[in-house]
Design a protein around this ligand. Sequence first.
Ligand SMILES: NCc1[nH]cc(CCC(=O)O)c1CC(=O)O
Length: 318
Amino acid sequence: MTAQLPSPDSPLKIGTRGSPLALAQAHETRTRLMSAFELPEEAFQVVVIKVTGDAIQDRPLKDIGGKGLFTREIEEDLLSGKIDIAVHSTKDMPTVQPDGLVLDTYLPREDVRDAFISPHLTSITDLASGAVVGTSSLRRRAQLLHRRPDLKVVEFRGNVQTRLKKLADGVAECTFLAAAGLSRLGMGEVPATPISPDDMLPAVAQGAIGIERRLSDDNTAQLLQAIHDAPTGQRLAAERSFLFTLDGSCETPIAGLAELSGDQLYLRGEVLRPDGSKAIAGDRRGAISDGHAMGRDLAEELLARAGAGFFDWHSAPA
Ligand SMILES: NCc1[nH]cc(CCC(=O)O)c1CC(=O)O
């Protein structure tokens, strides 16, 4: 069976959020589909969808409902057929998709690392005692406080430009962004130093663009096969299985990274108390084909070591 190709008269509709990063990712997806099938740009239509998460910028994500905030409207349009595929930062996606949808196409993964952003410093170790750092990520916050309990963390939402302005205004000494986001936005001029995963383990699926489609849409599934990157899929299977078993939300500081070497997969994971007072890390090595089981197994180990109440915001009574 050969897939029926989209055309200018019947374009494939690519749904995305309207943020600059989301648009860059949708355009990258279109470019890859164009070259895979030697199709003109007009055979694809990028459809921008407004989502609740982008409309509310002044409150921490955990206070406005977290889960699904950036995806619900897009998934509704996918289910109703207004769009044919949805392009996402996989790191922002829940591990389970709504009935009728699947997320199983991944573009080749970008740099997985977090980057340290500061106009005058290059590393966490440069920060003076008590320095103020800006981040809205609970994972980064917990990881930073675990290493440096002296630091003060302030909420830092908004796009890259807003954050750089806050740094320039002296609101914080530094902030943190995924290196992948910066490179997709072509922001080489931002003063960023990548951080080794040994020092700050990235979020599960960081740097990976994922494409969601309707489960029943076999034609689109065939088209997407042409741009799917199998090694990225293998790494994400292990990482997302780890996240699924942890049953984490964006309120739980969780990090995870799978790397491939030959036919082996090396998975590292970490869970932290939100205040950084405790971190529990572990790893697994095994055959790539066992990635899913390794993710579950590592998560079970960390949960057992963490014990009940580990993720609670407030520490136990003294
Ligand atoms: N949570 C926001 C988000 N979602 C994806 C990326 C970056 C791109 C990626 O990791 O794929 C970012 C920004 C950031 O963490 O700095």
